[in-house]
Design a protein around this ligand. Structure first.
Ligand code: SF4
Ligand code: SF4
Length: 217
């Protein structure tokens, strides 16, 4: 059964995943509260932020915690005290590799990995991606588009698109040739293919993408 307070929070954040009854308008971003954002993140992640008792087991097991400015424990703490914006603007959410270690270690069954997903989704939606994470977002978009068009990964196509977008966006043409020497080694190990290969099941891939869009509307 739908929960009206949940719907209203979702609406206030303009999340297309939660479609509200016709006639209900969008509340401006400025009117959104941290509590509504926490509620929406919990809905997206299907987990309870308040259940975390800050034991630190998630961060202790996270393979990239050392590279993060703040590990999952601290990100969750910021959400608990209402500083959701800090979590949304953090570079750490983009460094997460979705390995699920944190979720499997949590004694309180908090799904930290799902929280990371939800934070990334909202961060993108609200235009709060940290400047350092822009290249990660560009790469992920190029990767998904590559799969959508080819039905499988076409390495050369992916690298060409990613590098050209970053080079144009940052106006650093040298980025185009950065790591170019690795191409030969990758080629020798048959990890880099130049020809355009497509999956025989492009229709199936198209249906998967269409289903994802449907689920978000
Ligand atoms: S392991 Fe669970 S309870 Fe412990 S800090 Fe992480 S999310 Fe919180
Ligand atoms: S899912 Fe992300 S935050 Fe969790 S342990 Fe893996 S890399 Fe760290």
């Amino acid at each position: 059964m739908s929960n009206p307070s949940v719907s209203s929070s979702a609406e206030s954040l303009g999340n297309p995943r939660f479609v509200l009854p016709p006639g209900t308008g969008q509340i401006k971003k400025a009117e959104t509260s941290s509590a509504a954002e926490v509620e929406l993140i919990e809905i997206l992640a299907r987990t309870k932020i308040a259940h975390c008792y800050q034991c630190g087991k998630c961060t202790a097991g996270c393979p990239v915690a050392e590279q993060m400015e703040m590990g999952p424990t601290k990100l969750i703490r910021f959400m608990q005290i209402g500083s959701v914006d800090k979590a949304l603007r953090s570079n750490s959410i983009w460094q997460c590799v979705s390995c699920l270690t944190c979720s499997s270690r949590c004694p309180k069954e908090v799904d930290c990995a799902a929280l990371m997903d939800a934070l990334r989704e909202l961060s993108l939606q609200q235009g709060k991606v940290s400047p350092q994470a822009q290249q990660i977002v560009t790469f992920q978009r190029a990767f998904l588009d590559n799969i959508r068009r080819n039905g499988r990964l076409n390495e050369f196509d992916l690298i060409a698109r990613f590098k050209s977008e970053v080079a144009i966006g940052t106006r650093q043409l040298s980025f185009l040739f950065k790591d170019a020497s690795l191409a030969l080694q990758l080629r020798k190990r048959k990890k880099l293919h130049f020809g355009k290969k497509s999956s025989a099941d492009l229709d199936v891939v198209a249906r998967i993408f269409a289903r994802c869009v449907e689920d978000e509307s």
